[in-house]
Structures are given as structure tokens and as C-alpha cells.
Design a protein around this ligand. Sequence first.
Ligand code: M6R
Length: 366
Amino acid sequence: DKGGHRHFMLKEIMDQPQAMTAALKDRADFANGRVNLPEFPLSPADVMQLERVVLIGCGTSLHAAQVGRHYIERLAGIPAEAESASEFRYRDPIIGPRTLVVSIGQSGETADTVAAMHLAREKGATLITICNAEESQAARVADGALYMHAGLEVGVASTKTFVASLTILQLLSVYLGQLRGKLDAETTRRLVDQMARGPGLIGEVLAEANLYSSLARRIGHYDNFLFLGRGANAAIASEGALKLKEISYIHAEGYPAGEMKHGPIALIDPEMCTVALAPRDDLRDKTLSNIKEVKARGGLVVAVLTKGDDEAASEVDFPLFIPQAPDLLMPLVTTVPLQLLSYYIALLRGCDVDQPRNLAKSVTVE
Ligand code: M6R
């Protein structure tokens, strides 16, 4: 059931506020300003002993892992890294009982992710999975599963399960920070209150979905796209590029904005469309200077900006406004314009949005 939409992908994009609410349910304790994760397998004493968190996944789930790394370091205060499961499994990673390995996957059946989990298990790490499919291989191998409860995702392009993954990574990070004393009661309450605002903020972007359809008509003919972002938004830039290439078959790259001048800047000309993530946060000014560099070289710039940021808007060709959001929620909010843009560009180009060529919903071969 496409819920009255033309494609599952659009329905699933529109379902994201509910997907976030479902992931928060029974975990974010709004009354007491705390996070409860009864499924988490370690005792509070063992949580204190954790030395490192390694987040693994593939494709969109790797991008969730990359955002999760920021959350874990900032909120739980534990050194964290994110890696493609297909890379992790073929090296000899140094992990042990004080390493928490977090696998992320919609299906729980991705061959590389499951193999990487077996490796983590052999090496004695504590292993949890964030996944949407109950009864999946990932859930069987892990010591504990944090289910997304996002409902079935049919479109090959992951959308609502990405938002659900990020939501659970927030919960996990706050939970660990809470147990380890990195977050005091007041900070924890503030973060939990912020999470409660997530579905509404995502909904505000979705309410303007029609704007993306008209923007698609203006830029859908470009054959090359560069997505730029900083901090957690660097991972969202990669996710934006992945969405565009997989459903519209347009060449797109995602880069941390600070890397632009180390090579990609040579690509900038009037044929290149740059999509920059520059919402109001600590890094906005830095990204704005990258935007100016692109403009100075004749490139076209679409930018995701905070509503009311007229100064930044005056520097770009097409501003896409999102509501002011706390840092915690920013990656969930900035990802939505990129999903909508990809969807409408693919539609315009006559692509099979829900079943893109060469791709399968679940990649069970290596
Ligand atoms: O089921 P998983 O999350 O483990 O799948 C991993 C990737 O194949 C998947 O995220 C893929 O990149 C997306 N369908 C892209 O939208």
C-alpha cells in the first residue's frame, strides 16, 4: 500500500516522522528526562569498562554509522569509529571485550555486515545490532538487538530506516553517556526533550515537498553533482550523493566540505551542481566560505540553510530552507531535502524509483 503516493519511496519519506516516533517509543522517557534501553546487553558496571565503540554497516547504514560516531563521542564520551563492514571484515581489527561493536542494517541480512559481526564475535567484542528486521541473521548473531520498528521498507532506497537508525544511535549515545556520568541529569533531560521535537521538525520539511519538485525541474538536467557538508553533515552529504546516484543514475559525489580544495575543486565549472549543507551551526561559516569558492568558479549552488539565514541565501542559486534545529537533530533534518530532491529528479528522468537497475533491497551476496 503506497498510502496514496505514486511510489513507495515517497510514502516512506513521508512516513519518517512516524518512524522516528516509533524508534523513540518506550525508550525516550519524556516524563523523567531519561533514556531506557532494556534490550542493551551490558550491565552498568560493564558499560563503565567500555574503551571503544566501532560502528559498522554498508551503504546508507554506513552513513548512519558515520553520524553515530559523532553522537557517541560527543554524548557518551567514548572513542568511536565508523567503518564499512566490507573493509572491517578483511582486516585484522584490534577489538576485544572492552569494545562495543554496533552493526547497523535495515535488513539484518547484508552479507558483509553479518560476516563482520561474526568476526567481532570471534574476537570477543560486545556486539549489538540496530536493525529493522526481527528474526534476521544480524539479530541472531548479536548479544542484543535494538529494533527500529519502522515498518516494512519497500523502496530499494533506504529512507525511513535511515532516520530510524539515527534516532536509535541518539538514544544509545545518550544512554551510554547517562550511565557513564558524561551527561548530568539536566543535560540528559534537555537532549530527550530535543528528541521529542524531531518528528515535528522533519514534518516541517515534508510539508514543503512540492518545492523540491519545482527545483528538480531547474537542476535535473545536470549530469554531475557534488554534495558537501561538515561534521555529522559530511555523512549526510555522502548519503545525499548515494540517494541521487542510485535512483536517478546521475554521477554524484559526497565530500567533507573541507576536502574540496584538496582536489574536487578542479571539477567546478558551470556544468557542475554543488549541493551544500550549511545550516546554522558551529561549522556554517566554514561551509559558507566553500560555497563562495564554488560560486567564484562559476558553479551552480543549491544549499540547505536555516530559515531566516538571508546572508547565506544571498550567496547561492537555490536556497532550501529547513527549520532551526538543535545540533542533535540536524542530520535527521538535513537529510530530508536531499531525499526529496533525489526522488523528484529521478521522477523527472523517468527512472524506476522503487526498483533501480542493478540493485537489490537486500545485498546477501558479497
Ligand atoms: O539492509 P542494510 O541496511 O544492511 O543494507 C545496506 C545497503 O545495501 C543499503 O543501505 C543501501 O545502500 C541502500 N538501499 C541505499 O539506499
